[in-house]
Design a protein around this ligand. Structure first.
Ligand SMILES: [Zn+2]
Ligand SMILES: [Zn+2]
Ligand SMILES: [Zn+2]
Ligand SMILES: [Zn+2]
Ligand SMILES: [Zn+2]
Length: 382
C-alpha cells in the first residue's frame, strides 16, 4: 500500500497530465473559415474580370463556385456558433487519492512507475471459452492523456502469454500488439479517463478482457489453437492453412490439393479426374464432353462442324466428331458420280496431284470446257 504522501504527489502529476487542452475542433473550423473567405474574395475578383472582358461563357461556373464558397462559410460559422464544451471540473488532489486508493483495493496492488508515467495493475488469470490466456498487466500511461483516445492510453501485457496459433502479437481475442480493441467500451473508457475516474477506467478495460465478442476479435477463440482441417480434423495455424474455394472449407497441407488446370486450391472432394488426361480438375475447369464425361480445357475441343464439345482425341484429324465425319463422307459419295468419259485426262491427272483435292477435279470438271481452259492451268507438254 502506497503512503498518502506518495499518492498526493502522484495526484499532482495526474492532474497536470489531465489539464484541459486547446480545442482542436474549433481550430479546424477557424482554419476552414479563413480559407473559404480568401477563396470567396478570389472568386469575386475573377467574376468581375470575366464581366469586364465579356467572357460570358464562364460566368455561370464562377457564380456556382461563389455559391459553394458561401455555403462552406455558413457551415464553418454554424460549427463555431456551438458553444465550446466546458471542460469537466478537474478532480482535486483528494479525488485523485481516493481513486488511487480504490484502485489499490480493487486490484490488490497498484504499481507506480514515475519514470515511464505508468500506473499498473494485474488481473487474475483470464480464461475465455476454456482457452487459458493467463493474467494481464494493465498499464495506464498517463503521459498519453489527451494525446490519444482513451483505451489507447492503456498497454495490455500478457504475463503468461498464450497467443493465437501463428499470431504471436495477438495475446487475447481483443488485444494485438499490446493495444486493446475496446469495441463498445471505448467511449465509456474515454469518458472515465476524461473525468479522472481511474477506477472505472481500469474496471472497464478489465471487463473487456473478461468478455469475448467474436465479431470484433482479432482471432476467434474457435481458431485460437489453429484452424481445424475439414478433412482430417487436424489443427493448423491460420496462416499455414489452405482454403478450398469450391466448398469454402479450411484444409491442412496434407489434405489440400489443387486443380491441374487453374492451380486453385481444392479439397479432394472438389476435384474430379479429367476424362482425357485423368488429372484432378475443378468443376470450373471441367466441361461435359458427352457420354456423361467431363474434360479439362486441354483435353476437349469443339467439333468443327456441329460445334459440340468432345474429347479432343475423339475428333477426327480434321476436327470432326464421328457423326459429322460420317455425314461428310456420305455427302462426298453423293457428289461422286462416275467419272465422265469426255473429261480431259491430262488436266485431270495434273489436278489430282494437289493434296486433299479428291473433290476438286469433279467440281472443276464442268468448268473445263475448251474455252475455259485458261493458260493458268498448266498442261503437260505433249
Ligand atoms: Zn487435413
Ligand atoms: Zn472442397
Ligand atoms: Zn480449375
Ligand atoms: Zn485433361
Ligand atoms: Zn460434330
Amino acid at each position: 500500500m502506497h503512503s498518502l504522501r506518495r499518492l498526493v504527489r502522484l495526484a499532482g502529476r495526474l492532474g497536470d497530465a489531465r489539464r484541459p487542452r486547446a480545442e482542436p475542433d474549433r481550430d479546424l473550423h477557424f482554419g476552414d473559415l479563413h480559407h473559404s473567405w480568401d477563396a470567396l474574395q478570389a472568386d469575386r475578383r475573377r467574376l468581375a474580370l470575366a464581366h469586364d472582358c465579356g467572357f460570358t461563357h464562364c460566368l455561370p461556373v464562377l457564380r456556382e463556385e461563389i455559391r459553394l464558397r458561401i455555403e462552406a462559410l455558413h457551415r464553418s460559422v454554424a460549427a463555431l456558433r456551438v458553444p465550446p464544451r466546458t471542460p469537466a471540473e478537474s478532480p482535486g488532489a483528494s479525488d485523485w487519492v481516493a481513486e488511487l486508493r480504490a484502485l489499490e483495493a480493487e486490484f490488490g496492488e497498484l504499481e507506480i512507475d514515475d519514470r515511464r508515467c505508468v500506473l499498473r495493475v494485474v488481473t487474475e488469470p483470464i480464461a475465455l471459452k476454456r482457452v487459458e490466456l493467463g493474467p494481464f498487466a494493465l498499464e495506464l500511461v498517463w503521459s498519453r492523456f489527451g494525446e490519444t483516445r482513451g483505451a489507447h492510453c492503456f498497454d495490455i501485457l500478457a504475463l503468461e502469454p498464450n497467443p493465437a496459433g501463428g499470431r504471436d502479437r495477438v495475446t487475447h481475442p481483443h488485444v494485438q500488439d499490446g493495444t486493446l480493441c475496446a469495441g463498445d467500451a471505448a467511449a465509456p473508457i474515454e469518458r472515465a479517463l476524461a473525468d479522472g475516474r481511474l477506477g472505472d477506467a481500469f474496471a472497464l478495460v478489465r471487463s473487456v478482457l473478461e468478455t469475448y465478442n467474436p465479431k470484433s476479435a482479432y482471432v476467434g477463440l474457435d481458431e485460437w489453437h489453429g484452424t481445424p482441417c475439414s478433412d482430417c480434423g487436424d489443427r493448423t495455424d491460420r496462416e499455414e492453412s489452405y482454403y478450398c474455394t469450391g466448398c469454402h472449407s479450411d484444409l491442412c497441407e496434407d489434405c489440400s490439393s489443387c486443380c491441374r488446370s487453374c492451380e486453385e486450391t481444392r479439397c479432394d472432394g472438389c476435384l474430379e479426374p479429367c476424362a482425357g488426361c485423368s488429372d484432378p480438375t475443378c468443376s470450373r475447369c471441367l466441361d461435359e464432353v458427352g457420354g456423361g464425361k467431363s474434360a479439362c480445357r486441354e483435353c476437349r475441343a469443339d467439333c468443327r462442324d456441329c460445334s459440340e464439345l468432345f474429347l479432343r482425341k475423339a475428333l477426327s484429324g480434321l476436327g470432326l466428331c464421328d457423326d459429322c465425319l460420317a455425314a461428310e463422307e456420305a455427302d462426298e459419295s453423293d457428289l461422286h458420280p462416275e467419272p465422265e468419259p469426255e473429261s480431259e485426262p491430262e488436266v485431270q491427272s495434273e489436278l489430282e496431284l494437289e493434296p486433299q483435292s479428291e473433290l476438286r477435279p469433279l467440281t472443276l470438271a464442268p468448268l473445263l470446257s475448251e474455252d475455259l481452259l485458261c493458260p493458268a492451268i498448266p498442261t503437260r507438254p505433249g
